[in-house]
Design a protein around this ligand. Structure first.
Ligand code: UFG
Length: 323
């Protein structure tokens, strides 16, 4: 298939592109390289462009005759979204709107969207189901809710348009073959920060909050390996092509690890005993965020390959050591 991947030079997008290459699809990556990296694009053609430039975007999409879009390009840092909300509405809503207008004008039938567990805010029930009420607690989460709503509304108005929105839980790890991984100048994510501490690039790691109502007092998250996540996009596309109903799906393993457990595993995998200190809670962190993944498992017949925290951290460490 001819597949157009926005944000394909980014962390998750570049893993997707590698997988699409393996499957023999024809790929254009569209990325403005604001946070993406050219060298992570291991397959397909990279077009450096901005989703804000609608004419250019339409031109590229029309010439390519894209049959499906996988839309990763977005701003993703929760704290930044609180400080710069309009930037987030611009990048995540306005630019997605541009893309969807072009999709509609060209009649492109299939759309896979990167959503986030951030749409749930502090969820009322855990494991979190797709039907759990959406109550985002920061602008980032709100932008993803608006995007999901645009997609849903399109399916009522345009019967030939089909989408899947994948709500990612905590994505981590790197390509086991070492071709791509995460590059971040100012990482905020737990595993990456712990690995930077192990490498000596950070003086140590702070645990944000040790008084949560969890067994060891630290937050619990559902970590999914980025390659398993990439695969869910392919399964979603196949599902739509076979006539599956548009909708939203949680992407997680349904199993949680505490911050302390993750830190211990990072120490074990890296063999480095970096300093760890206890710090106050980070505002807006839900105590427990674990997916009910029964919808994706049953609907897509999903068999994740890398549901193993040690393996997730090992692959991320291998990548981190080389970059
Ligand atoms: N944490 C620390 N120390 C650090 C970094 C993180 O203790 O140096 C803790 C956080 O407080 C949190 C946990 O580790 O309890 C996980 O934090 P991350 O920043 O790695 O990930 P989040 O769970 O905050 O974020 C993820 C996605 C977001 C999404 C959010 C939904 O990365 O895109 O889940 O709540 F919005």
């Amino acid at each position: 298939m001819k597949i157009f991947v926005t944000g394909g030079a980014g962390y998750i997008g570049s893993h997707m592109v590698k997988l699409l290459g393996k499957m023999g699809h024809e790929v254009i990556v569209y990325d403005n390289l604001s946070t993406g990296h050219q060298e992570l694009v291991s397959y397909g053609k990279l077009v450096v462009g901005d989703l804000a430039d609608k004419e250019f975007l339409k031109d590229i999409l029309a010439h390519f005759r894209a049959e499906a879009i996988i839309h990763f390009a977005a701003s993703i840092v929760v704290s930044e979204s609180v400080a710069e909300p309009l930037l987030y509405y611009r990048n995540n809503v306005s630019n997605t709107l541009n893309l969807l207008e072009v999709v509609k004008e060209l009649g492109i039938p299939y759309f896979i969207f990167s959503s986030s567990a951030a749409v749930y805010g502090i969820p009322e029930e855990v494991p979190v189901k797709e039907t759990t009420p959406l109550k985002p607690i920061n602008p980032y989460g709100y932008t993803k809710v608006v995007d999901e709503k645009m997609l849903e509304d399109m399916t009522f108005a345009y019967p030939h348009f089909h989408y899947v929105a994948l709500r990612y839980f905590n994505v981590a790890g790197a390509d086991p073959e070492g071709k791509t991984g995460q590059i971040s100048k100012n990482p905020t994510h737990l595993i990456l920060r712990a690995l930077k501490a192990a490498k000596g690039e950070l003086e140590g790691l702070e645990i944000y909050g040790t008084d949560y109502p969890t067994p060891d007092g630290t937050c619990i998250r559902d970590f999914i390996h980025v390659m398993d996540l990439a695969e869910t996009h392919l399964l979603a596309l196949e599902y739509l092509i076979q006539g599956g109903k548009s909708g939203v799906f949680n992407c997680g393993y349904g199993q949680g690890y505490s911050v302390r457990e993750v830190v211990e595993m990072v120490k074990q995998v890296t063999g480095k005993n970096f300093p760890v200190s206890e710090a106050p809670r980070r505002p807006g962190d839900p105590p427990v965020l674990v997916a009910d993944n029964s919808k994706i498992v049953q609907t897509f017949n999903w068999h994740p390959q890398f549901n193993d925290l040690e393996f997730i951290i090992k692959t991320a460490w291998e990548w981190e050591k080389r970059h």
